[in-house]
Design a protein around this ligand. Structure first.
Ligand code: ADP
Ligand code: TRP
Length: 315
């Protein structure tokens, strides 16, 4: 029996942080032994916020190194870059023609963008349609993502259902896979940890960077327990271990932060070192991406052939 498939993507929009890791990327690693995986770099998705070509280029390589450093094994997971497989944008266009504007206007990301900026680009509006194409081309059983991406995977399911209804059974309906009990990781200012808020603890941070970030965590405490420090600490140690420590150090914020710094360093140091190793041989990393792209291309081409036939454009 063939293995189940997972697929997910990360935008090359900057340095990943521990929220990205615990919310989404860690799951890829956990799944790779049981599933056939696809982990791709969503560079066309990132275009809506990143218009500096040099930075785009650097960030793409950076995600590739991140994938390798967190322990994704290219023998088990196919790495590729979205822009290398033109079927993604081709299928997105076909999906555009069966997706209504009111349906996309209900998406959280659109509503948030609209609240902030009245002149939204069409790419931002269409973001979930491209994401549906990313997913459905490869027929994954599950799509591991952070909680804020759940709606996008549901939109992909809805688009697949609609296409299947109009043109006949073509796409497998994917399930979002979101870690249970995985609350949104708070940043140093107590809001959601996010690249766009500058409140992150980078996943590959140097010791000094970890120290600086942890020392800046806002300690609005409830009864002497600094809840943001605790929430981040809880990613590394279970409550059964943490609770007695936090109780015995009630009100001693500095000591608790120092302990968190040590625990973060223990967790981050090996990842950081692995990343530095991969960084020494960029051509090797790029060769992995190329080989993955060739494999993904075959799957995507085959599916697109089927789609072209179903919609009647193939002669
Ligand atoms: P950012 O907000 O930092 O730009 P992205 O939007 O690029 O992050 O998210 C990449 C992945 O990481 C998504 O699957 C998202 O759900 C997850 N993620 C991002 N921030 C957090 C967080 N603070 N806690 C948990 N998961 C997160
Ligand atoms: N939208 C995702 C994010 O911001 C990235 C992404 C693009 C993705 N296409 C995807 C994730 C397909 C999973 C599947 O994190």
């Amino acid at each position: 029996m063939s293995k189940k498939i997972f697929l997910s993507g990360v935008q090359p929009s900057g340095k990943p942080h521990i929220g990205n890791y615990f919310g989404a990327m860690k799951q890829f690693v956990d799944l790779q032994n049981e599933y056939d995986g696809y982990a791709f770099i969503a560079d066309y998705h990132a275009l809506h916020s990143l218009r500096n070509p040099k930075e785009m280029n650097e960030n793409i390589k950076s995600v590739l190194l991140d994938y390798l450093a967190i322990g994704l094994d290219p023998k088990k997971v196919t790495f590729f870059k979205q822009s290398d497989i033109s079927e993604h944008t081709e299928l997105a266009w076909i999906f555009d023609t069966i997706t209504t504007m009111p349906f996309l206007m209900r998406a959280h990301a659109f509503k948030d963008a609209e609240a902030k900026n009245k002149e939204i680009d069409v790419g931002t509006f269409n973001y979930p349609v491209l994401m549906a194409a990313d997913i459905l081309l490869y027929g994954p059983d599950v799509v591991p993502v952070g909680a804020d991406q759940k709606q996008h995977v549901e939109i992909a399911r809805d688009i697949a259902e609609k296409f299947n209804h109009i043109y006949g059974e073509t796409f497998k309906l994917p399930e979002p896979m979101i870690l249970k009990n995985m609350a949104i990781v708070p940043g140093t200012d107590g809001r959601k940890m996010s690249k766009s808020y500058g409140n992150t603890i980078p996943l590959f941070a140097e010791y000094e960077e970890i120290k600086k970030a942890v020392m800046s965590i806002v300690t609005d405490s409830g009864e002497g327990i600094p809840k943001n420090v605790y929430a981040i600490h809880n990613l590394l140690r279970p409550a059964t271990e943490l609770d007695p420590i936090y109780k015995s150090k009630t009100g001693k914020y500095k000591e608790l932060k120092e302990l968190l710094i040590e625990d973060l360093e223990k967790f981050i140091a090996p990842l950081r070192e692995r990343r530095k190793e991969f960084e020494k041989d960029i051509p090797k990393a790029l060769a992995i991406l190329k080989a993955g792209g060739e494999k993904a291309q075959k799957v995507a081409s085959k599916k697109m052939e089927e789609v072209r036939e179903k919609i009647g454009v193939k002669l």
